[in-house]
Design a binder for this molecule. Structure first.
Ligand code: CP
Length: 622
C-alpha cells in the first residue's frame, strides 16, 4: 500500500517513471489498466482542476469514481472525524483522493485508511500532484529541470503548491528565486526542510553576489552544497513590483510561477496589499522573452488575461497535463492487481526486496515479482519484537536486519502493536540540574545580559518556544526586578506554520507586532546541541527586521556543534553524546512541582535485538 502525501514521498527516479507513464497515457487508456478499480474523491474544499482531472484520469484508465458532491452534505456535518471517514470509505474504494482545509488532514486520513490515499491539497501545507503537473510542464517546455531558474511569486506562505514545488525544484537541481508579497514569505519550516533534507545551506550575501536581483545588502539565500548548483532564496522587498523591474540582467529566468493570494487562509485582510502582478509590461521586457509564465490556477487579478495569448503563457497547458499525469500517478500508486502474488499466491513466496531511497530519507520496499514499490513508515525487529519509526540514522541497522531476514514493516502503530510489537524504549533518566541550580543559573544569565546591555529601552528578550520562551519570561522577570521595568518580550516559533514571532510583553494590543529593527535582541533557548534551532531562529529574526545586535543565552550547552554558533551566555556546560537527550522540565509546562534538567539515552534499535528468530516471526517479512 502506498500513499502520496508529500512530494517527498516520491524519489526523483519515481517522478521520472511517472512522467514516462504520462507520455504513454494513450496506451494506459487503451490497456484499461485500472479496470475494476474504484476511486473515491473526498473534497472538503472547492476544486475544479484537481478533482475533475483525477476523475477523468480514473475513468480513462477504465476505473470508476464515487464521490460526495459536497462534503458539507456528508456525515462530516454530523461530526464524523476524518479518521472514521477514511476508514469507512476505504472499504468502498481502492484509492482515496482527498483535499482538506486542515494542514496534515490527509496524512491523518492515510493513517486510518486501508487503501492508498492521495493528497489533493491539505490546507497551506502541500499539493504534490500539482507539483507533478508543474514539473512535467516545465520539462516539456524546457527540456530538463536541472539548472533552470524559476521565480516563485506571490503568496509563498499559504500557497501549498509552492511548498511542494520548491522541494521538488531543489531535488532536481533547479535554482529558485522567491518573490513573496510582503508578509507572505516562504515559512521557516519549509526553509528548514530544504536545509535538512535537501542539503541546502542558508547564508547572508551582498546584493552584488546575487547579480542585483535584490538591492538590500543583507539578503538571505539558500544554496545546495554541490557547487554546480546555485539556488537562490531571496528575501522579500518592500516594493515587489520595483524588484521585478530591477531583475538581474545577468541571470536567465526560465519561468515565473505566479500564485494567487490565498484569501481563504488569511486572517489579516490587509495582508499582501502590495501583491506582485504579471501583465503586458512583463511581455514587453526583452530579457523575459524566453521566460514562461506558469500558474496553478485559479487566478484572480495577479495574472493578466493578455498573457493568455502569448506563447509564454503556458498555464492552460499546465492544467491540461493534469489528466495524463494523474493517469500515470494512479497507475503507479495503486496496488498492482495483476501481480502474480495476488493472482496465484500459491506459486510465489510474496518476497519483498528493499532499497533505500536516500535522497528522500525513506525506506522503500519493492515487490520482487512485479516491481511495484511500497514506502515503509514503521520498522520492527522480529526477534526483539520492538518497533520504531524509520529514520535514515538507522540505515545500517536496517540493512543488517534485512540481511538476517529480521526486518518487519508496518503501515501503522496499530498494526505493529496488534502483531505483538512494542516501541523501543529510552534508557533511565539522570538529574543534571535541580531547581535551585536552574534558578541560580537564570539569575546569573540575567545579570550578564544587563551588564552587556547598552540601552534597556532597546532590549528585546526573545525565547524559543516552548521551554526557551518560559525561560525568557523568567529572565525578563529578573531584569524587571533589577531595573524596575520590564523589557520587551517575545516568543519565536521554529516549527510552526503560522506566525513565527509573537509579542508577549508589553501585552498592549496597540503595541503592534514585534519589530526588531535597531533592537538589542537576546535570544534564549534551553539547550544548545547541533545549533540548528538557533540557526533557524536567527533566520526568522533577520527576516523580520535588522536588529542592532543579537546575542544568545542558553541554560545548557551540550558541547557538540554542527553549525558554528557560539552562545554568549551559558548557564551550565554539559558535554553529552548524540545518542543522549537532555531535557529541561519546567513546572509551568510539565505540571510538576519543581524544575529539573535531566539526561537519558536513546536505545539504538540494533542494541536491543536479542532473542532467537522464530519461524512465524519470519512470516512478518514475507
Ligand atoms: N490548481 C488547483 O489545485 O486547482 P483547483 O483548486 O481547481 O483544483
Amino acid at each position: 500500500m502506498r500513499s502520496l502525501i508529500s512530494i517527498a514521498d516520491l524519489t526523483n527516479d519515481e517522478i521520472e517513471e511517472i512522467f514516462l507513464l504520462a507520455d504513454g497515457a494513450d496506451k494506459l487508456r487503451a490497456d484499461r489498466v485500472a479496470s475494476g478499480q474504484i476511486m473515491a474523491t473526498l473534497f472538503y474544499e472547492p476544486s475544479t482542476r484537481t478533482r475533475l482531472s483525477f476523475e477523468s484520469a480514473m475513468q480513462r484508465l477504465g476505473g470508476s469514481v464515487i464521490s460526495c458532491s459536497d462534503m458539507k452534505a456528508s456525515s462530516t456535518a454530523k461530526g464524523e472525524t476524518v479518521a472514521d471517514t477514511a476508514k469507512v470509505v476505504s472499504s468502498y474504494a481502492d484509492v482515496l483522493v482527498v483535499r482538506h482545509n486542515w494542514d496534515g488532514a490527509v496524512q491523518a486520513m492515510a493513517e486510518h485508511a486501508d487503501v492508498p490515499v492521495i493528497n489533493a491539497g491539505d490546507g497551506s501545507h502541500e499539493h504534490p500532484t500539482q507539483t507533478l503537473c508543474d514539473l512535467y510542464t516545465l520539462r516539456k517546455e524546457k527540456g530538463e529541470l536541472k539548472g533552470l531558474t524559476v521565480v516563485v511569486c506571490g503568496d509563498l506562505k499559504n500557497g501549498r503548491t509552492i511548498h511542494s514545488l520548491v522541494y521538488a525544484l531543489a531535488r532536481f537541481g533547479a535554482n529558485v528565486v522567491t518573490l513573496a508579497a510582503p508578509g507572505m514569505e516562504l515559512p521557516q519550516y519549509v526553509i528548514d526542510r530544504l536545509e535538512r533534507e535537501y542539503d541546502y545551506a542558508m547564508g547572508p550575501v551582498a546584493s552584488d553576489d546575487l547579480n542585483a536581483v535584490v538591492t538590500e545588502t543583507d539578503a538571505l539565500y539558500l544554496t545546495p552544497k554541490q557547487p554546480h548548483q546555485l539556488a537562490l532564496f531571496t528575501q522579500v522587498d518592500k516594493v515587489i513590483q520595483a524588484r521585478l523591474n530591477t531583475m538581474a540582467i545577468g541571470l536567465r529566468y526560465d519561468a515565473f510561477y505566479m500564485t494567487r493570494k490565498q484569501k481563504e487562509r488569511i486572517k489579516d485582510a490587509a495582508a499582501g496589499d502590495s501583491y506582485p502582478t504579471i501583465g503586458p509590461n512583463f511581455l514587453k521586457e526583452k530579457r523575459f522573452q524566453d521566460t514562461v509564465v506558469m500558474h496553478p490556477l485559479p487566478r484572480v487579478d495577479e495574472l493578466s488575461p493578455e498573457v493568455d495569448h502569448d506563447r509564454r503563457g503556458i498555464y492552460f497547458k499546465q492544467a491540461a497535463y493534469g489528466v495524463p499525469v494523474r493517469m500515470a500517478l494512479l497507475k503507479f500508486l495503486c496496488r498492482n492487481l495483476n501481480c502474480v502474488t495476488l493472482k496465484e499466491p500459491i506459486s510465489t513466496q510474496r518476497g519483498l526486496a528493499m532499497y533505500f531511497a536516500d535522497e528522500i530519507g525513506a525506506l522503500i520496499m519493492r515487490c520482487a515479482y512485479c516491481d511495484h514499490r511500497f514506502k515503509i513508515e514503521l520498522v520492527g525487529h522480529v526477534k526483539s519484537k520492538r518497533y520504531c519509526a524509520y529514520d535514515i540514522a538507522f540505515a545500517e541497522t536496517i540493512r543488517d536486519w534485512v540481511r538476517h531476514r529480521e526486518l518487519a514493516g508496518f503501515d501503522s502503530i496499530k498494526q505493529a502493536e496488534e502483531l505483538g510489537y512494542e516501541p523501543y524504549k529510552t534508557g533511565p533518566q539522570r538529574v543534571l540540574m535541580e531547581e535551585a541550580e536552574i534558578n541560580a543559573a537564570l539569575n546569573d544569565l540575567s545579570e550578564q545580559i544587563l551588564r552587556d546591555c547598552q540601552d534597556i529601552d532597546r532590549l528585546t528578550i526573545l525565547g524559543v518556544r516552548s521551554v526557551g520562551s518560559r525561560l525568557a519570561q523568567r529572565i525578563a522577570g529578573e531584569i524587571e526586578v533589577r531595573q524596575k521595568r520590564k523589557p520587551e518580550l517575545g516568543e519565536i516559533e521554529i516549527y510552526g506554520s503560522g506566525d513565527e514571532m509573537k509579542r508577549i510583553a508589553p501585552a498592549d494590543p496597540d503595541a503592534g507586532p514585534l519589530n526588531l529593527k535597531d533592537r538589542e535582541v537576546i535570544l534564549i533557548d534551553d539547550v544548545i546541541f547541533t545549533g540548528r534551532t538557533v540557526k533557524s531562529a536567527l533566520s526568522i529574526i533577520f527576516r523580520s527586521g535588522r536588529p542592532k545586535s543579537v546575542r544568545l543565552a542558553v541554560l545548557i550547552d551540550r558541547g557538540h556543534r554542527e553549525i558554528p554558533v557560539k552562545p554568549n551566555y551559558v548557564g551550565k556546560n554539559i558535554p553529552s553524546s548524540e545518542n543522549e537527550r537532555v531535557r529541561v522540565k519546567l513546572h509551568e509546562l510539565e505540571q510538576g512541582d519543581r524544575d529539573q534538567a535531566v539526561i537519558y539515552s536513546i536505545v539504538n534499535p540494533s542494541d536491543d535485538a536479542g532473542t532467537l528468530l522464530r519461524n512465524e516471526e519470519r512470516a512478518a517479512l514475507n
